[in-house]
Design a protein around this ligand. Structure first.
Ligand code: CS2
Length: 493
């Protein structure tokens, strides 16, 4: 039997379902990029708001490319199971905060989404579209005007498909109709994510209409946020296990850890839910929170993912069992400490200790292949930003160099593995560069020449180049790296 509103009463007693009347919920948040992360994070904070009796903040979720989530959730009234797993415990609940889902594949759905965004009922548009969904060159901050998706959205305002087209054309309709603008709430792992979202939206708007761009610049709020919850892609094994546990089938449950954190800048134009009811914190220190999280959690995650892929470790917890990897992470955290601007009240040593515990969680089968995706979009803020800060302070950075060298080995190995694919928006360029040379110095120079990732300063820095060559050569000599079989090439959805 399928999970649905009609059979919520048959849930086992320990599984908490929605404690409010879902039919009374007003959909006023549109979330672009409906995936596992949003459903483990913002939707859960919003569930707490609805459970408190404030029913004015229902979520309409939208896929950006696929309609898979809509098709999975529609037959179950958009309900889903949230499984929060610790090393030895699990909490199950059913989340009802998402009241409608728009598909990402069909033109008719894009038109429906644009209408919803243009409507006065939409007060917040939140985003989890990953780094590449902003269409910015992260090394230069420029909008990728040549990108076919952006070009198509500029040519076809009636069916926008990127977040930029959707947001800008919806704001255009709102401005023309005298409707106040919604708040754009970026929840992606980017430094100053609100400012980046604003820069991308403004750059697109300037191509459409200078007055509109001006209006957006002065009227639209783009608060920055720091989001944190490790949420692996759902597997069929998770689906089967949960169906057994709750006695109902859920086509797309969410697996996540028990830890969750959300720090938000309190800057909203049409009101906001009281997400503190779910544990969120409103703060002016987002930049500090975000940079600490990106460098310590995500930087370590990427390092672990590439080293894990090179040594045949399938999950993060498995990788945490290899001293080669834990030593690399300890060294990375030590280097980060010198350029860590921790927010008030946070002790870096405790923060890092907690990260180790989270990474070791054996119940969370977080695949290194999943984290290894999109390296070109992740390296700049996770590893290259602290590297540049250390260079400016005259410090050497062998641990960060090891992390970058691990990515380089990973892409070279992908290029050499028959049938392997690199999941990265710059895959074609990266693989072409990776194949050009065969000796270590040649390989690192060829990959460093990817200026969209490394800019022009890092390849020109001879001290850093020497450090990187050292790290690359050391990894090539490491038995666990040299002998491991091919990398995992299947990337979970
Ligand atoms: C991970 C993140 O896939 C990745 O790149 O580093 O998704 C990470 O799990 C989250 O940022 C945790 O909050």
């Amino acid at each position: 039997m399928r999970l649905s509103e009609a059979n919520l009463s048959s849930l086992p007693a320990q599984v908490q379902g929605p404690r409010y009347d879902r039919h009374q919920v007003v959909p006023s948040i549109v979330h672009l990029g409906l995936g596992a992360f949003h459903r483990a994070h913002q939707a859960v904070y919003t569930e707490a708001v609805l459970a408190s009796g404030d029913l004015s903040w229902g979520i309409v979720g939208a896929g950006m490319q696929s309609s898979g989530m809509r098709d999975a959730l529609a037959p179950q009234d958009n309900l889903y199971v949230l499984s929060e797993v610790g090393a030895e415990s699990q909490k199950l609940s059913v989340i009802g905060a998402i009241v409608d889902v728009v598909g990402g594949a069909e033109d008719s759905e894009k038109i429906r989404l644009l209408a919803k965004l243009s409507d006065i009922s939409t007060r917040i548009v939140s985003l989890t579209v990953t780094e590449k969904g902003y269409y910015l060159d992260l090394a230069t901050g420029q909008l990728q005007l040549q990108n076919p998706a952006i070009a198509a959205d500029l040519a076809h305002p009636e069916i926008p498909k990127t977040i930029l087209g959707l947001i800008v054309y919806a704001l255009k309709h709102r401005k023309a109709a005298g409707i106040p603008p919604f708040t754009v709430l970026s929840c992606d792992n980017l430094p100053n994510n609100g400012k980046l979202a604003k820069a991308a939206v403004l750059a697109f708007a300037r191509e459409v209409d200078a007055d509109l761009a001006q209006w957006i610049e002065t009227k639209v709020c783009f608060p920055c946020t720091m989001v944190d919850r490790i949420t692996p892609a759902t597997t069929d094994a998770d689906r089967a296990r949960l169906a057994e546990q709750i006695g109902l089938e859920d086509a797309w449950p969410v697996m996540t850890e028990q830890f969750s954190q959300w720090v938000i800048e309190d800057h909203f134009s049409m009101g906001r839910p009281d997400w503190t009811l779910g544990g969120a914190v409103f703060s002016d220190e987002i930049e500090r929170w975000e940079s600490m999280k990106l460098r310590c959690l995500n930087g370590a995650h990427s390092t672990l993912a590439y080293l894990g892929q090179l040594t045949g470790r399938e999950t993060v917890a498995d990788a945490m069992g290899l001293p080669l990897i834990t030593d690399a992470l300890d060294a990375l955290w030590l280097e980060n400490r010198a350029v860590l601007h921790a927010p008030q009240g946070v002790t870096p040593a405790n923060y890092i200790e907690q990260l180790k515990q989270r990474f070791r969680n054996p119940s969370l089968k977080h695949k290194t292949a999943q984290i290894a995706c999109d390296g070109s979009q992740k390296l700049p803020q996770r590893l290259l930003a602290p590297l540049r800060e250390r260079i400016a302070q005259g410090l050497s950075s062998p641990a960060i160099a090891t992390a970058i060298a691990a990515w380089m080995h990973f892409v070279v190995k992908t290029a050499q593995t028959p049938g392997a694919t690199l999941s990265d928006p710059l895959a074609a360029d990266i693989l072409a560069q990776a194949k050009k040379q065969t000796d270590p110095a040649g390989i690192i120079d060829s990959l460093l020449a990817l200026d969209k990732i490394f800019g022009t300063d890092l390849p020109a820095n001879t001290a850093f180049r020497a450090e990187l060559l050292n790290a690359f050569s050391a990894l090539a000599r490491t038995p666990a790296v040299a002998t491991a079989s091919a990398i995992t090439t299947t990337v979970p959805a």
